[in-house]
Design a protein around this ligand. Structure first.
Ligand code: PLP
Length: 220
């Protein structure tokens, strides 16, 4: 049996400098998160607004709380005061709503656009074409209380490593294209959130800058 701290160390050893490790704590209690915190982990992600709020209140103030689940507009107000980054923006309407609550809280909220790349239909996100069309409309430029920092994706849930790799490579190419077309002057367009416990090494090889790992940290 290994501990959370030992598993974190083992994972860190496989992650190059410049790639952020985000601990996805959605299924795990405050006590486990604190153990990871005491081992130096500061970035945590949750998929439900109410869990993000409850855990934020129960845990040290210097944790960076990321939101990685499907976000309903009526939940934005709960997380807007403190959320460090929202990884799962999947419509311009949602971006507009986040902008509204950013303004109410006197903040600029960092956001990633979620790209639907996997073969499963159940996953949320823009298709690459929808994402390019949304950016081309340039409405987002008027939204001063959100800051688009990059893209997020989930690969197909399959053992076919070739398939997964080709999806990550495609999203990295989309990231580079979008950066070149709309964010060439924005050094903070720097985040490609890709890779989970089962596929993060493939994601890093394909150009991920932020891996989201849950079970490999919190489960033995
Ligand atoms: C649950 C989840 C993860 C982590 O998954 P593991 O397989 O436990 O590492 C990463 N990203 C998102 C969006 C998730 O919902």
């Amino acid at each position: 049996m290994s501990s959370i701290a030992e598993r974190l160390d083992a994972i860190r050893a496989t992650i190059p400098a410049g790639v952020r490790l985000l601990a996805i704590s959605k299924y795990y209690p405050v006590k486990d998160i604190l153990e990871a915190y005491n081992a130096g982990q500061r970035d945590f992600g949750e998929n439900k607004a109410q869990d993000l709020v409850a855990k934020q209140q129960a845990l040290p103030a210097d944790i960076r709380w990321h939101f990685t689940g499907h976000l309903q507009s009526n939940k934005i107000k709960y997380i807007a005061p403190f959320v460090y980054m929202i990884h799962s923006v999947d419509s311009v309407q949602l971006l507009r709503e986040i902008n509204k609550y950013g303004a109410k809280n006197g903040r600029v909220i960092p956001c990633l656009l979620q790209i639907h790349i996997a073969q499963e239909e159940t996953k949320f996100g823009f298709t690459p074409e929808e994402c390019l069309a949304m950016l081309a409309s340039e409405e987002w430029k008027e939204l001063k209380n959100v800051h688009i920092r990059g893209l997020m994706c989930m690969a197909s849930n399959t053992d076919d490593t070739q398939q997964v790799a080709s999806e990550f490579v495609a999203v990295r190419a989309l990231f580079d294209e979008i950066r070149g077309r709309w964010f060439a002057d924005d050094e903070e367009f720097d985040t490609l959130s890709a890779g989970m416990s089962g596929d993060y090494l493939v994601a890093i090889e394909s150009g991920s800058t932020c891996v989201r790992i849950g079970s490999s940290i919190f489960e033995g």
